[in-house]
Design a protein around this ligand. Structure first.
Ligand code: ADP
Length: 289
């Protein structure tokens, strides 16, 4: 029986890889938005470990499977998921450690490789399981039609969450009724998405090559990934230029962007409250105007 979580993680790595992993040292990373994070170093290899309380086990499991899916697409670098486990009331997720680098960051490659990821398509919208957007549950029940999926699996559950926390979003009913019109004639393919692609979940490794991580994947409209990259200021122009060279965004993207990012704005209102509530209501007013 392991005596510390570090030992438990070491055993899980040994079992998963077939190579005995003995921890020589540790570099705590301070954590991301949600989890604690640390790098465990062995003789020749290091692993990145996310830790949280036991309730995060399901979240870690969905991240593990999304990373598997992204890696199997062979389109863009994402950490290989190594192991999942728990010890003494804590859950852990072990990933390949990525050395984020000082080399010039290649944003063109990020755009081109994201388009390649998006070329991996399904015949339906959704995902094999529900997952999480931030710490909110994200519903992914399969649908043949994108508009229905976005209305019922994205907007409606977030609007219901707002109601349940006692701060219903003004304009919600009208918005849901308007989604069909707002997306009329738009027929995207069900692309494999990162699902949570803001600047905090994208970077470059030591060779300057793009890396995406912390996904909330599903098969959906690729424009939702691009829209979210723009929500907090945007990626460099070379990213969008390279994406459009590889697979141009269809006409109407600029109009759909606000609707797509509204999902994240409402999620932020549900998670953090504050100005996001009024931002969501103002976006809805503009969309309905
Ligand atoms: P959270 O799930 O808590 O939001 P993230 O997955 O966003 O955590 O990771 C937090 C930070 O840890 C990232 O911003 C990045 O700097 C670093 N990081 C993430 N994944 C790895 C990895 N595989 N190897 C090394 N560092 C990583």
């Amino acid at each position: 029986m392991p005596e510390t979580w570090q030992q438990a993680v070491g055993e899980a790595i040994t079992e998963a890889t077939g190579d005995y992993f003995a921890i020589q040292s540790e570099t705590p990373c301070g954590g991301g938005c949600i989890n604690e994070a640390t790098l465990l170093h062995g003789d020749a290899i290091s692993y990145f470990v996310k830790l949280n309380d036991r309730s995060a086990e399901a979240m870690f499991a969905t991240e593990f499977r999304a990373l598997e899916a992204i890696n199997s697409a062979n389109a863009i670098r994402a950490p290989h998921p190594i192991a999942l486990g728990q010890f003494a009331g804590r859950a852990f997720l072990v990933l390949e450690a990525i050395e984020f680098g000082a080399a010039p960051a290649d944003w063109s490659a990020m755009g081109e490789q994201l388009a390649t990821l998006h070329r991996k398509v399904s015949d339906r919208f959704g995902w094999a399981e529900g997952n999480y957007i931030g710490s909110s549950p994200q519903c992914n029940a399969w649908a043949d039609d994108w508009t229905t999926f976005f209305r019922e699996q994205r907007l409606r559950p977030q609007l219901e969450m707002a109601k349940r926390r006692g701060s219903p979003i003004r304009g919600a009913v009208h918005l849901l009724a308007a989604v069909d019109d707002l997306l009329a004639g738009h027929r995207p393919e069900p692309s494999l998405l990162h699902g949570d692609l803001w600047g905090g979940n994208a970077g470059h490794d030591a060779s300057g090559s793009p890396v995406i991580y912390d996904p909330a994947s599903y098969y959906g409209d690729r424009e939702t990934d691009l829209a979210f990259t723009e929500m907090f200021g945007g990626f460099p122009p070379s990213f969008y230029a390279a994406y459009d060279r590889a697979w141009p965004r269809p006409a109407g993207y600029e109009q759909r962007k606000a609707l797509y990012n509204l999902y994240h704005v409402i999620n932020h209102a549900n998670l953090f409250g504050g100005g996001y509530q009024s931002q969501a209501e103002s976006v809805i007013r503009q969309l309905l105007a």
